[in-house]
Design a protein around this ligand. Structure first.
Ligand code: GAP
Length: 511
């Protein structure tokens, strides 16, 4: 039986669990931490590495037309002029003069729009209860003056908001905040400053003297390292289009409204693939990668009910993108973007060709056709996907209601679990035999060893960090070489030889 908890409780418990069990710690915590920066502990680093390894294996190793790259975090500053990040990688900020709190103007408006939707839904629900079985929802939405008025105001503001964003009209963004009568959640007042743009890139100086120093940026995405190496990789591999380049690495953004634990960080890791294809075939590849990425998440045990694929509407699309789909996940704090799949057309390569003066086109060796390849980009945040898998995995199972015995289990897919198995000698006298088995198992997969406490407590400790199998060494092991293998999820045990136990666990962690 599952312990019932609200999403808010789940979120709090998950954050505490991550710290208590060595998954995720606040950065430099002894100095009170650093905003939106986190460290991965002994179990978190294993989980994250497993995810990164499976991403690399399925994207790069198992696709014969995809290779990897590890480009530097620092790049020539003109990279970011060409990509548009210097000019347009901005958030519109507004301050409340009374509370001195800073907000993203677009987020304030989006929250207001969401509140209007909620208001409408509440009205409809109230009416449904009032009218009972005779309730005609469609008609009510059309005819209720209160619903119609709220919907009309919402739609008008939404239209103005989209237009203001598309034209970069900051004055209009402020006016929308004023017209919607949005108040600061802290001071409760409408005493707003002007809206101004804030660039999200971190910058630093390269060079030893102030005069000779150049401003350079910490990359806000790994993708540009791939685009500027397009020619190097294509020439040195002699790969033909379509082909892809994958990269895993750190990115940095000076987020204004960071938060929700590791969801929005200032230092984070991305796993990005840039897949180069012939113009005209891009939408087919876009569909291929959407499908592939969804299956990748499901094959690692993601709960499909928590995953939502949202196609961008035409007005939401970036001006250079032909199609974009956000994979959204129901985190415990709410729904948020996990993985973005975008058809970026030939925008990035063309921009770099223009800025650098070096052509970045491709000649088809068979037809002689020359073109700038289009790019389909699946871009996944490693930290967000770790958080999503942890959210799905966290479970509290009521073992004995009367005794108030609740078992906390991380039901991670065995392939993702930090340790695949724990070797547990029943008594100290069995330690030598257990050591021998432990050494044998560690050669095959990551394993841990625990000699302290009752066997029940030791099982629970492994459940809490998601270890899928516990191998118990007892007196019978010394006599006939068999061990018991306990399953984390069912708590059932089987008795097999050590070699059979290894083969059994290997079979379970294979994808
Ligand atoms: N190259 C395209 C690109 O960077 P994005 O939507 O800005 O697109 C891609 O980022 C993915 O990177 C997101 O879907 C998310 O998983 C992750 N990501 C972006 N900003 C992040 C942040 N501040 N903290 C953690 N992950 C982030």
């Amino acid at each position: 039986m599952q312990n019932t908890m609200t999403q808010e409780e789940l979120f709090k418990k998950l954050v505490a669990h991550c710290k208590e069990y060595g998954f995720i710690f606040p950065s430099s915590e002894i100095y009170d931490g650093l905003g939106a920066v986190y460290d991965y502990g002994q179990n978190g680093v294993e989980l994250k590495n497993n995810i990164k390894r499976y991403w690399w294996d399925s994207m790069v190793r198992l696709h014969e037309n995809i290779v990897g790259l590890d480009s530097a975090i620092f790049m020539h500053p003109r990279t970011w002029e060409a990509s548009g990040h210097v000019g347009a990688f901005n958030d519109p900020l507004i301050d409340n003069k009374d509370s001195k709190k800073r907000y993203r103007a677009d987020v304030l408006i989006e929250e207001w729009l969401a509140k209007q939707d909620e208001k409408i839904e509440k009205e409809v629900e109230k009416a449904r209860k009032r009218f009972g079985e005779t309730f005609d929802e469609a008609k009510y939405r059309e005819t209720s003056p209160r619903v119609a008025e709220t919907a009309a105001r919402r739609d008008e503001m939404h239209k103005r908001f989209v237009e203001a964003q598309n034209s970069g009209d900051l004055g209009e963004l402020r006016q929308i905040i004023v017209d919607c009568e949005i108040v600061c959640p802290i001071s409760g007042t409408r005493n707003w400053t002007e809206v101004r743009q804030f660039n999200l890139m971190f910058s630093t100086q390269m060079g030893s003297t102030a005069e000779g120093a150049n401003t350079i940026y910490l990359r806000p995405e790994t993708a540009q390292g791939i685009f500027v190496n397009f020619e190097n990789v294509q020439r040195s591999t002699r790969m033909r289009v379509p082909f892809g380049i994958g990269q895993i690495g750190k990115s940095f953004r000076n987020e204004i409204t960071p938060g929700n634990f590791t969801f929005r960080l200032r230092e984070f890791e991305q796993m990005e693939l840039e897949f180069f294809c012939k113009p005209g075939t891009d939408l087919e590849w876009f569909a291929y990668w959407k499908d592939f990425c969804k299956n990748w998440l499901l094959s690692l045990g993601m709960n499909e009910e928590h995953l939502h694929l949202r196609d961008h509407s035409p007005e939401e699309l970036c001006f250079y993108s032909k199609a974009t789909t956000d994979f959204e996940y129901d985190f415990a704090f709410g729904r948020g973007e996990l993985w973005g799949i975008a058809d970026r057309t030939d925008y990035d390569l063309s921009q770099h060709a223009k800025e650098s003066g070096k052509p970045l086109d491709y000649t088809d060796p068979v037809t002689g056709e020359r073109y700038v390849p289009y790019v389909v980009e699946p871009s996944l945040g490693a930290d967000r996907v770790v958080l999503a898998f942890l959210t799905d995995a966290y479970d509290e199972e009521v073992v004995d209601k009367e005794k108030n015995d609740v078992r906390v289990v991380l039901r991670l897919h065995p392939a993702l679990a930090p340790y695949k198995c724990a070797v547990l000698p029943l008594q100290k006298g069995l330690a030598d035999k257990a050591d021998e088995i432990y050494a044998k198992m560690r050669k095959k997969f990551s394993a841990t060893y625990d000699l302290t406490g009752s066997i029940g407590k030791r099982y629970r400790r492994q459940d809490e960090i998601g270890t899928p199998y516990c191998v118990t060494v007892d007196f019978q092991t010394v006599e006939d070489g068999t061990v018991t293998v306990r399953d984390r999820d069912t708590m059932e045990q089987i008795r097999v030889s050590v070699d059979e136990a290894i083969a059994y666990i290997e079979g379970k962690i294979e994808l």
